[in-house]
Write a protein that binds this ligand. Sequence first.
Ligand code: HEM
Ligand code: HEM
Ligand SMILES: [Fe+2]
Length: 473
Amino acid sequence: MLGNLQYESKKLAIMYFTVAAILFGAQLLFGLIIATQYLYPSFLFEILDFSTARMVHINALVVWLLYAMIGSVYWILPDETGIETVGIKLGKLGFYVLTAAVTVVVLVYILVQTGSGSKLTTWLIIEGREYIEAPRWADIGIVVVVLIFLFNVFATAIKGKMTGIIQVLMADLLALAGLYLAGMFYTANISIDQYWWWWVIHLWVEATWEVFVACLAGYALIKILDAKREIIEMWLWIEVAMLFGSGILGLGHHYFWIGTPEYWWEIGALFSALEPVPLVAMFVHVIYDWGKESGIAKGKDKIHILKNSPAFAWLIVGAFGNFLGAGVWGFMHTLPQINLYTHGTQWPAAHGHLAFYGAYATILIGMMYMGVQGKNRIKQMKMTRSSKLAISLITIGVLGMTVALTASAYVQTMVERAQWGATWEGYFVAQNSVWFLQGVGWRLFMGLVTFVGFVFLIKDLLTIKSDKRQVYT
Ligand code: HEM
Ligand code: HEM
Ligand SMILES: [Fe+2]
């Protein structure tokens, strides 16, 4: 039995998943707007600024992923600990406070797009740190809500059963929440400000979030495949050690050109080059479990039935996507000798799309399917036509955008940087190159493909329960 809504914690999880899905849609719509503005700069001129729409695009991304992560934890908590989440009423209050705050922040971004800045601006309108631009009042609200969440998790784990997955998650959550504080204080020096800001962004996506989703994937593999818990938890600890071993000093790849001491070139080069190693390990791990537990490796004697095929499919795309987007596309530009030429081009954007999608969006969508399965008490959940269309169109769309942007980035690197020596004139020569423009054109097209896939995803999440293929108890 995969659990049902007898636990309040699971109801709260579904609420978090719902808002996450809505924000995902908003993220894509704003992505389409800025991709259009790349090609037609007068599109929505003086109505919706590129800088504002871009900000909503990437902040919505971070926020929906966090919503889906919190939702996933509320979902797995009763299963892992065996009890109802402690302080669940407080947890629900936190959800409403957070959602109200997010709504107000986004409305303010859109209504107050330009204007003069003062100290009050940081408190009321925007803090100005890419990805985590929320104003100071919202920052403080977020900290309070996260403290409630931490209390829920820790109190429940201490009262109930404490599995290895929950232990890793508890340690990881402390680090994840603590790091947010590094992006909250004000310094007048832009280098110092960037230095600390990267602690949030890099140490989130390349260390703490990776461990977080590894815990979720571990849980899902146990539920879907009956994978052996001891093996999953052993791998988790190894992955935690490797991720932190390379990810923490891998931070150096953001310190190459921001005014920090030059020793970061060597440190950043070495440790960030090691970062793909744990990603390969995680990839091998999932594929290994897939083969071993589904009986492929052993011959036909022990074929397990997949209890949730859509979720499993998303996990597999996650294993490939994390490896390709973060590992391969990250490695491409991580050495300072190369980054000197790729920095500030579409290269990081190509990598950013595939990495965020591959590593996080995929696994969290998989968790949403786990939620839908549990909510509707489906014993064995099969793929529908919409499940297949959603996963293929979204994946082809994001991969397509990545390849298109890589082509555009290649032109910028070669023409603007290598040939023209990073001059002002070189910038425009590259921007007007037909190859660059074709790349951004294809990005828009592939973005549309992604969006169509998203529509199928929502349709599927809402209607999969009534599909005839599903097996009920
Ligand atoms: C899932 C994990 C990862 C995610 C979500 C991610 C995402 C991103 C994003 C969004 C950026 C652009 C940041 C900006 O706005 O300036 C970026 C930059 C970068 N990433 Fe990653 N990344 C991940 C893992 C990695 C790994 C494993 C490596 C190295 C092997 C890597 C290497 C880089 C480098 C070198 C840059 C800086 C590019 C520049 O500013 O010139 N990333 N990453
Ligand atoms: C409809 C699909 C999408 C379109 C059309 C789109 C378009 C764009 C555009 C035009 C930018 C601005 C690039 C720049 O400033 O030069 C951007 C940035 C970004 N997008 Fe998307 N996007 C889409 C979906 C996604 C998805 C699914 C993700 C992740 C899961 C994502 C993550 C990002 C990130 C991390 C950045 C910042 C990159 C950086 O700073 O280097 N986008 N997107
Ligand atoms: Fe990084």
